[in-house]
Ligand binder design. Sequence first.
Ligand SMILES: O=P(O)(O)O[C@H]1[C@H](OP(=O)(O)O)[C@@H](OP(=O)(O)O)[C@H](O)[C@@H](O)[C@H]1OP(=O)(O)O
Length: 427
Amino acid sequence: ADAGHAHAGDTGPARRESYGTKAPYAPGQTHGYQRPPAGFEPVFTENVSRHGSRSATGSEDGDLVLTLWDEAEAEHQLTRDGEGFGPAVRDLQAAMAEVGYGNLSGRGRREMRDTALRLERRMPSLFATIADEGERIDVVSSGQGRAVDSAAEYADALADADPALKPLIGPARTDRDLLYFHKEAAGAAYRDYLAHDQRLRDTLRAVTDQPRTHEAARDVLRRIFTAAFVDRIDDQVGAARAVYNLYATAPAMSEESPDGKGWGMERYVSRSAADRFGYLSDAEEFYRKGPGFADSDITYRMADVLLDDFFRQAEAKRDGTSDLGAELRFTHAEEIIPLAALMRLPGSTRPADPDRPYRYADNPWRGADVSPLGANIQWDLFRKGDRYLVRMLYNEKETAFKAGCRPVAKNSAFYDLDELERCFGRG
Ligand SMILES: O=P(O)(O)O[C@H]1[C@H](OP(=O)(O)O)[C@@H](OP(=O)(O)O)[C@H](O)[C@@H](O)[C@H]1OP(=O)(O)O
């Protein structure tokens, strides 16, 4: 078998951004948070989280790749490196079938538990007050398995950290209109856009069908198969994307890998090929779920139901009509990505000019930053007298609200709730 070929300079660790929205969770900050202004105490916290790391949502990619590999093996058309690829994919597929396609993985469970512990440790006085006052902690999810399981892990971790909280954590509710709106009535126009928008189809095709994509595809396939075998593959881009998808989803399955040391998929996808297919994956998410085209809000206006819930919960606490100490929501990329675009969170500030397709060079949107697995947006509410301030964390990083919203002082992370009502146009 020939050795296949690798581009010079392609060695070295894979870039996190090449995993796109399949990137496992990493907190953007773990210390150095600003202290609230003098006299302000935390009285409420609310967040919305994508579920944690999961297995692939289906077996298609592994099945396609193994069919090709079995054929090549039978005809002695594998490279030396390619000989190990089939068994590795078979093991990964078996692990994903074991976890259940689309289900939370071991890493995902740990991400949820660790994030819950950091929440509690950032504001111990809030959770002490919740316990002392017997305030409720409301837990709600999309109702999909991975979101339900994420909610359970998160809530259990909170209760383990502080047993006094356990009786205060409600049974996880389901609210599809709030946390699965892309599949509900509110998402009808959005689904129509996905299914029928010609500009979307043309733009994604133009972005994908470039020489660099075909080169990257051949680069991936030649690491596994001989040149003669690759020449016989009609849809080389499709086949290479299936290999890339396995590469992208493998880290989320790291705890199920042999000795937890990973699945070694980086061996079959060079950095340049991973960057190319990662960009294509990001372009799809950007136009199908994110800021999209500058002249349309079809991908994110349906997220207003979620932003409205953030405001209503904070306002109810301020107005004394809420007995909640915390509101914990668990959902999917199709809710987090639009909400980030609606709120103009960092990275989601630039929709694309319809005539200049989304490119990494001039657009900050990256799936691995905007919506990695476990991504979360959090508002903490602080009170002093009858004044209420909000601090936002995005993947646990202290984050400014969009331009036009004024913090209580220059470079402060804290905003008056009524200032946010003003700058988000809430009457
Ligand atoms: O490419 P897959 O099938 O993994 O895409 C998933 C979505 O994952 P994402 O592509 O956004 O990383 C998945 O979102 P999740 O937050 O639940 O992981 C979504 O539920 C699933 O329907 C697939 O989305 P698609 O855009 O319909 O392919």
